[in-house]
Design a protein around this ligand. Structure first.
Ligand code: G6P
Length: 613
């Protein structure tokens, strides 16, 4: 949700900032802008639309300097037009600022500023920040720019990552965070600031993750980090970023989403690396090993997440209850945080998040912590806010995910949950050979995904046949019901076809009314204890002339007879089928979106890393 970046050093900031924005574009692409301290004034350009619009503007002007800030926007307050784009400047054009987050008390601040005569140019909440900083800075001549930013932020309620510059302190860049991520890249006589490490990785591997309530003041040779409450300088550790350029570029693939679907030939293996113990039929998850007794004896586990991660949570519930026999409740973070959930010291909250920055998930963790629950995180981004806020956790190690529609992060989340359930189960009554069976299927996953990727022709046929429909239904039972939900979400997100996931047997309680010869119905039909039931559900759809697209790991003549299309995954353990079948559903959504000419990596209205509530 909005990407911000900044640079101070000896190079021309413009290309560095633009490249950084491209890397952050997954966070929002409604508009973008840049401000550069160019000798004695701030030059800025901003434009509605994707970053290429800004690029075109920049190529027509000269905007040059060694200190600058930039922004890519996902609109919250105010429509995505030029004037609502960041950076925002004070009236005299001497201070510029970019912001990621939401200022909750902006209306009250705005009223006060208007009463003082300030004229606003935009409908954004952000603009109050720059006028407030300006009012404080120019009212009290003794304050440094950093002090003015600190004082202004003390009046603000909400979430922010900001980077600001001031013409009157041309050697200085100031940034701060509260609830929105901010990473400081430390180079040789230069510094980089960004919402995540991807804009920084090409220049330096040394970063400092700023924490909530911290403010940093930079010159090209120094960084001083303190807090919003105290000017005392903090000593923060330098972290080496574990990220390569290859991982954040799409290489020969036309889209990040396709690259990330293909990455699953190794990303799932990376998730499991060093964690499988075939000998004992169990798994080792170092980040939570000290909490195993608490997990086994928990009165209840809440799994909380948003979007795709919430679907992974539903699969996790099924697995944890099956293997470890602990009651699990799966809740949308945005709902959980506002209701009176039953939380005591025997309650454990597991938060799942690819980005580790989703505002609602973070808030749910904070609430559970306050009420005395142990909190654990399953995150992909190392060092992210959720990873740091929780008491312990497990990284998914899927590698950077840039396509807005989550793919490899999801299969890695499910893999982590499978390993967690097995580890807990083995501590109670699950037999060693059961664990070994599951582990041997998990170990085949890289080959299984390779096999699925070889058979894209059939998936393309289904895509071609169904690309013009208006609705799609996905059906699954038990552990595969959430897979149906996730398949439907993928299709909605990137091809804008309305899609619904249902438990297969629930269909006859309503959705069956929708079935006719134009309705594709994807059915997840693995060879498990519900196979005969799912066959019956398929018959019900067939009788109403629905287009049946079956995904299975089993050759079965009746299934073949009933299906209009049948897509096979290699035979696997019933608890691994959700992972392999998800790869097919991702590809199906992808191929349909390609045929419909959709913006696959940047679907309309969406963004990754939702740092607003
Ligand atoms: C957004 C993304 C989804 C993602 C969800 C949760 O909606 O578009 O792909 O599943 O946020 O994000 P998280 O980073 O917490 O997993």
């Amino acid at each position: 949700m909005c990407g911000i970046t900044g640079y101070i050093g000896n190079r021309n900031a413009t290309p560095i900032l633009l490249k950084g924005l491209k890397r952050l574009e997954y966070r929002g692409y409604d508009s973008s802008g840049i401000a550069i301290l160019d000798t004695d004034r701030i030059k800025y350009l901003k434009k509605a639309g994707k970053i290429k619009e800004l690029q075109a503007l920049i190529s027509k002007t000269s905007i040059y300097g060694s200190i600058g800030i930039a922004h890519t926007r996902w609109a919250t307050h105010g429509s995505p037009n030029d004037s609502n784009s960041h950076p925002h400047l004070n009236e005299s054009g001497t201070i510029a600022l970019v912001h990621n987050g939401i200022i909750e008390n902006y209306e009250a601040i705005k009223e006060t500023l208007i009463r003082k005569g300030v004229i606003f140019q935009s409908e954004t909440d952000t603009e109050v920040l720059v006028h407030l900083i300006s009012a404080i800075y120019y009212e009290d001549k003794k304050l440094s720019f950093e002090d003015a930013v600190r004082a202004a932020l003390q009046e603000v309620v909400g979430a922010y990552g900001i980077v600001a510059l001031c013409k009157d302190e041309p050697e200085n860049l100031v940034a701060a965070r509260m609830g929105s991520p901010l990473v400081l890249g430390v180079g040789e006589n230069e510094y980089f600031l960004a919402s995540d490490a991807s804009p920084i990785v090409g220049y330096t591997r040394n970063v400092i993750y700023l924490d909530d309530g911290e403010i940093v003041s930079l010159t090209k040779n120094t960084h001083n980090i303190s807090t919003l409450k105290s000017k005392e300088i903090l000593t923060k550790t330098l972290t080496e970023i574990d990220l390569t350029i290859d991982e954040i570029e799409k290489g020969e693939f036309p889209h990040f989403m396709l690259k990330e679907i293909h990455d699953q030939t190794h990303s799932i293996t990376n998730t499991m690396r060093g964690r499988l113990n075939f000998q004992d039929g169990t798994t080792n998850l170092g980040g939570i090993s000290e909490f195993i007794p608490s997990l086994i004896n928990a009165s209840r586990i809440y799994i909380t997440a948003c979007g795709t991660s919430w679907h992974a949570g539903l699969i996790g519930k099924h697995l944890i209850e099956t293997y470890a026999q602990v009651p699990v409740h799966v809740e949308y973070a945005s709902e959980f945080r506002y209701r009176k959930a039953i939380i005591d010291s025997d309650t454990i909250l597991i938060a799942i998040s690819q980005s580790g920055e989703t505002a609602d998930t973070l808030a749910a963790i904070k609430k559970a912590k306050e009420l005395g629950a142990l909190t654990l995180g399953i995150c992909n981004v190392v060092g992210s806010s959720i990873a740091r806020e929780t008491d312990g956790g497990i990284y998914t190690h899927a590698g950077p995910e840039i396509g807005v529609a989550s793919t490899k992060a999801f299969t890695s989340q499910v893999t982590v949950l499978t390993m967690l359930a097995l580890m807990l189960g083995r501590k109670i009554e699950v037999a060693k050979n059961k664990g070994q069976n599951l582990i041997s299927s998990l170990s085949e996953l890289n080959k299984d995904v390779e096999e699925i990727l070889k058979n894209q022709k059939k998936i393309k046929e289904v895509a071609k046949f169904t690309k013009d429909v208006n609705h799609y239904i996905y059906l699954g039972r038990g552990i595969n019901f959430p897979v149906a939900l996730e398949g439907a979400l993928k299709l909605k997100e990137i091809s804008y076809i309305h899609a619904e996931g249902y438990p297969a047997a629930e269909m006859k309680h309503g959705p069956i009314a929708l079935i006719d010869e134009n309705m594709p119905v994807v059915v997840l039909a693995p060879m498990d204890n519900t196979f005969s039931k799912i066959l019956a559900n398929i018959q019900e759809v067939k009788a109403r002339k629905g287009i049946i697209i079956t995904i299975t790991d089993t050759k079965n003549s009746e299934l073949e007879k009933l299906s209009d299309f049948i897509l096979y995954v290699p035979p696997t353990h019933q608890h691994v089928f959700p992972i392999t079948s998800s790869v097919i559903l991702q590809l199906l959504a992808y191929e349909i979106a390609v045929l419909k000419n959709c913006e696959i990596d940047q679907p309309r209205n969406l963004a990754k890393s939702v740092t607003v509530e």
